[in-house]
Design a protein around this ligand. Sequence first.
Ligand code: ADP
Ligand code: ADP
Length: 227
Amino acid sequence: GPSVTLTSLTKRYPGGTVAVDNISLEIAGGQFVALVGASGSGKSTLLKMINRLIAPTEGSISIGNETVDALPDYQLRRRIGYVFQNIGLFPHLTVGENVAIGMRLRGEKQNDERIAELLDLVDLPRDVAKRQPSALSGGQRQRVGFARALATEPKLMLMDEPFGALDPVTRDALVKEYRALHERLGLTTIMVTHDMAEALLLADRVLVMKSGNIMADATPHGMLTGE
Ligand code: ADP
Ligand code: ADP
């Protein structure tokens, strides 16, 4: 996946809250980064600036050699996979149609074979394509969210508490599978979580945020040993 570079990035919300306070950061291509911190520390704001859901007050972001500002919307959406806690599946559409939304972002028509491949990728049986999301378990629905996000073959995955709503057993399984997908597809992944244990288990690099600043930046080993 591509590198991600943040340069003097600041977000000040109307009303004055500085959610992200002059952060500069280089994330290497292929890295799995966990962004950890208490509620309100600025994690979601930082993530949303990377995929341009929120505009920075100051500073800039590059993905690979390109400034996020300069990318047309459809290209940005194809290149970045975005997964969040409550997935946002459309309840009145089938699972297959939900995955196809990801394909439409890529300018492709709905294609049953491709939908089946995406379901294979996230280890769902192909016949769930015809079902409604409400007929699936929470873990299965989250897999559909991953399939939809991966439909555009993004090389950068942004995830906001992707495992937060799952029971511990489902969560453990999905966490390990996602780590394997990250390797296999050669992704760069930036994951927001408030769970340090999950960050230490999954990530190559852990960033701890507090009041809009990066308070610590280390490997899981470094976090645990203080080296
Ligand atoms: P986290 O994801 O770590 O919980 P956020 O990025 O959501 O943190 O929030 C960081 C700070 O910015 C908090 O103080 C929050 O209240 C504030 N904030 C978030 N969104 C908005 C908004 N739309 N308007 C004003 N303040 C906001
Ligand atoms: P939603 O209301 O669920 O955001 P959209 O049509 O905006 O529906 O998004 C459809 C798909 O695009 C979903 O897979 C979603 O995760 C993904 N997506 C939405 N916003 C972005 C973004 N800024 N960058 C990358 N992917 C996005």
